[in-house]
Structures are given as C-alpha cells and as structure tokens.
Design a protein around this ligand. Structure first.
Ligand SMILES: Nc1ncnc2c1ncn2[C@@H]1O[C@H](COP(=O)(O)OP(=O)(O)O)[C@@H](O)[C@H]1O
Ligand SMILES: [Mg+2]
Length: 382
C-alpha cells in the first residue's frame, strides 16, 4: 500500500493548530505563514486528537461498504466505532485533485471546525494524516437533513421537527457569524450539510468551503465560485462577493426547502425560488407547506415566521437581508420582532430605483426577487 506523507509544510500547519489548541502562542513558531483562527468565545474548548490509520481502519471495518453513510462532492463518510464504544464518522477526502489542493481543502476544513464549539455545529473528534487525509466527527445517527426531507422511503418530518431544525440551524449560523471571535462564512449552507443527531438536533457540518472574514473587512472576493446551484446568492455567483449575507441567502432557500419538502432545483430543473416567490408575495403561506403533511398539521404562527424570515433572507440586495441574529429573533422571538420587520411602505418605490444590483436580475428564475416578497396583510389571513 502506498503511504501518503503530507508535505513538511502541511505537518507544520497541523502542529500549529494543535499547539494553539493547547494554549501555546503562535508567534513562537518560526516561519509560520498561516493565519489561523483564534478560539471562539465558547467557554467550552473543543478537544480533538490525531488518530492512527490503524485505529480508523479498524473502527470502520476496513472502510467496509456497509459502513458508508454518505458521499459529497469532496469526500466519502464512513460510520465507525472506536474501541471505547464511541460512534464516529470518518470523512475520507476523495476528490480527484492535485495533492496540494487536497491538502488545502483538508486544512481549510480542519482549521475551521477545530475551533468551533456550539450545539448546532458538528463536533470534530480528530483527524488522521496517515495513508490519506481523514477528518473524524461525532456520528450523527439521523443522517442529513437532505435525506430526512427527500428520501422517499422516509416519513416526511412532522411540523414541530421542521420548526426545531429551522431554529437550530439559525442558531448555529448565528454562532458562526457572530459568536466566534472571527467571523466564519460557511459558503455551502444546504440540506445535505445539516446533520441530525440522535435527538434530531441539527448541526451545521462540512466546512470545506468555509472562510474567515477578518474583522476589518466587510466582504471578500472568491477566486472560484463554488457552492451548490439553487442556494447561491446573486452577488456571489455574478461577482464572487462573499460575506455573511451569502449564507443568509442560502439559509432563506433552506427555510423554503424545510417548509415545502421541495429541492432547491428539482430533477426537471425547476427552481424552488421561482415557485415560492409569488406565493410569498401574495402571502399564500399555506400553499408553501409540504403537501405530504396533513391539512392543518402545522402551527400557523410558526409557519408565518418561517415564511416571512425566508422572504427577507432571499432578497437580491445583500444589504437588505437580515443578519442571523435578526433571523433568529424573527423565527423564535416575540411579537415585537415581527412588527420591526414589516416592510416599510416606501420599499416599493425603492425597488424602482433601477440601480446596478437590479440589473443582475435579468434571469427569469430570479425575477422580482428583491421586491417585498411577503405580503403581511394576506399572510395574516391565511
Ligand atoms: N458526522 C456525520 N454523521 C453521519 N453522517 C455524516 C456525518 N458527516 C457526513 N455525513 C454524511 O456524509 C455526507 C457527505 O458529508 P460532507 O461532509 O458534506 O462531505 P462533502 O464535503 O464531500 O460534501 C453528508 O451529507 C451526510 O449524509
Ligand atoms: Mg457536503
């Protein structure tokens, strides 16, 4: 078997991360050119360790096909059981890419996820750099939100669970944007990157595209547009501009997916956004609800909050999307927050300004997407 030895620089970077975990100062490491994130504000410090290849091989029964639980664009994920009985998920990077790129992907994810600690963000258990590159996570026994919503063999999730998941993901995203000392932009918020624990707590996972946004920057420009069609914010796919609002947009699409059980882009290339926008505009919230749910099996107030929040998140102009704190307040907050978000009367006039951003919306699919897409009066009566 060919053994993969990561380049010297990679090992050094990994060690740097490990040392920071142990409270050592980064400055003491000569030639360290990597900008590593500081620990988040969480009082609980994450703990992770390096595994030997033999350990993860044994835990996954030699990466047995029966243990394969998921496959994404970059990796295969296997269920494993450690000797102490703990269940783990071993993420083996598989994307066919130059070795240097693979190592970069690995370090991006490790460098981000090793420093986050929140109940709604997946927890790193460790990594392995022997015979490949592996990340080891706590195992989420209910798989991904995508399989819960779209697997035809599964029962459609009941309303209460959908609401719990929506609020949980919002809390996780708020933590990434505002709770960490440095802002983390996830860049790939979608249903298959939300995992569900044994008690269906949602956890944001897959930090392969995540980026750190230094406090003095409002945004950054991505060289390559990566992400998933159907969830991409307009300023990102047209100009490569990334900031927290890129995630807010994707979260708005995810809310619609949770409500409706429809995929962001279905097999016939129909877009969830184009279907939902007219309904949001008319306030026809009941029509957004997954047709597999029995009539009246949802909470009207919660539906209203979810629909209204999504209508704000999917606005074309990033500046007019709410922050995740505001979204969370809308989803789970009191009456006052709803009042605060009433679209102002003059908003219609603003839409007609026809500035540069409006021109981005020539695509059919995104027609009218920055209009006040949610009608409060009609929603209240639905
Ligand atoms: N910790 C975990 N527990 C259970 N299943 C997981 C876990 N991590 C990932 N998976 C499964 O593997 C899939 C791919 O994982 P992901 O990290 O998103 O890989 P990629 O970076 O290739 O997209 C997920 O959608 C999910 O179904
Ligand atoms: Mg993924």
């Amino acid at each position: 078997m060919r053994r993969l030895f990561p380049k010297k620089g990679v090992i050094k970077r990994l060690l740097t991360i490990a040392r920071r975990r142990n409270g050592e100062e980064e400055e003491g490491l000569p030639g360290n050119g990597v900008s590593l994130p500081p620990d988040g504000h969480s009082p609980e410090k994450p703990t992770w360790r390096c595994f030997s290849y033999e350990e993860i091989l044994h835990s996954t029964r030699g990466f047995h096909q029966d243990n394969l639980v998921g496959r994404g664009g970059y990796a295969e994920v296997y269920r494993g059981i450690l000797q102490d009985g703990r269940e783990i998920a071993v993420k083996r990077l598989t994307r066919a890419s130059p070795e240097g790129q693979k190592q970069k992907d690995f370090l991006v994810e490790l460098g981000t996820v090793a420093h986050v600690c929140h109940p709604n963000v997946s927890t790193l258990v460790g990594c392995c750099i022997d015979c490949g590159l592996y990340l080891v996570f706590q195992f989420s026994s209910h798989g991904s939100l995508s399989s819960l919503l779209h697997d035809e063999r599964a029962h459609p999730p009941p309303w209460e669970l959908r609401y719990k998941i929506a609020v949980g993901v919002a809390a996780g995203l708020r933590y990434l944007h505002e709770g960490c000392r440095r802002r983390i932009i996830h860049r790939d918020i979608k249903a298959s990157n939300v995992l569900l624990t044994a008690d269906f707590t949602p956890q944001i996972s897959d930090f392969g595209l995540a980026s750190w946004l230094p406090s003095q920057w409002t945004h950054r420009t991505a060289a390559a547009i990566e992400g998933t069609p159907g969830y991409l914010a307009p300023e990102y796919f047209t100009r490569g501009v990334v900031d927290e609002k890129t995630d807010v947009f994707a979260f708005g699409v995810l809310l619609l997916e949770i409500l409706s059980g429809k995929k962001p882009v279905d097999g016939a290339h129909r877009s969830l956004l184009s279907w939902a926008r007219p309904l949001l505009r008319e306030g026809a919230t009941a029509e957004l609800v997954d047709s597999r749910l029995a009539d009246g099996s949802y909470d009207k107030d919660q539906l209203y909050r979810l629909a209204f929040a999504s209508s704000l998140c999917i606005r074309a102009r990033a500046a007019r999307r709410p922050s995740m704190s505001e979204v969370l307040d809308l989803l789970a907050g009191g009456e006052a927050s709803l009042e605060r978000w009433k679209p102002p009367a003059e908003e219609d006039d603003e839409e007609e300004d026809g500035d540069e951003e409006d021109e981005l919306w020539e695509l059919d699919e995104h027609e009218d997407c920055d209009s006040p897409v949610f009608s409060l009066s009609s929603a209240a009566s639905s």
